[in-house]
Design a protein. Sequence first.
Length: 144
Amino acid sequence: MGHFLTFYDVIKYCKAVISVCTGTFLLHRAGLLSGKKKTTHWNSLRRLRELGDVAVVEERFVRDGNIWSSAGVAAGMDLTLALIAAIAGEEIAGRVQLAAEYYPALKRYGAAHKAPMAPAYLKAEDRQGIESFGNELRHSSNAV
């Protein structure tokens, strides 16, 4: 009978293992997240904390070693660009960002980001920094 590689045999050779949104729970079920910093969709953060062996971080995406996770589908784009930058460099990530036209709007609509269940990165009170960054982008003569 031949030798078959297990999931764990393969994982140790991967440059990156990624999960988007609640895919974090699949990686946990596979035994890959114990003791790791991870995130998931804001509506599942409580459930991720209840697992007890994962350090929950309320960020759009998190990298801990070769395992990356994003908070949701849109945050998965941020993770993807960061992964490309880590593997192929900032210039390549910038080209992908331009080709995808992925420049997230800096405007927040409504007040959902103030809801009790909203993740910490949405509740940030310092909006001035984000607004001034948006103004810099709009007025930059070196814009891509």
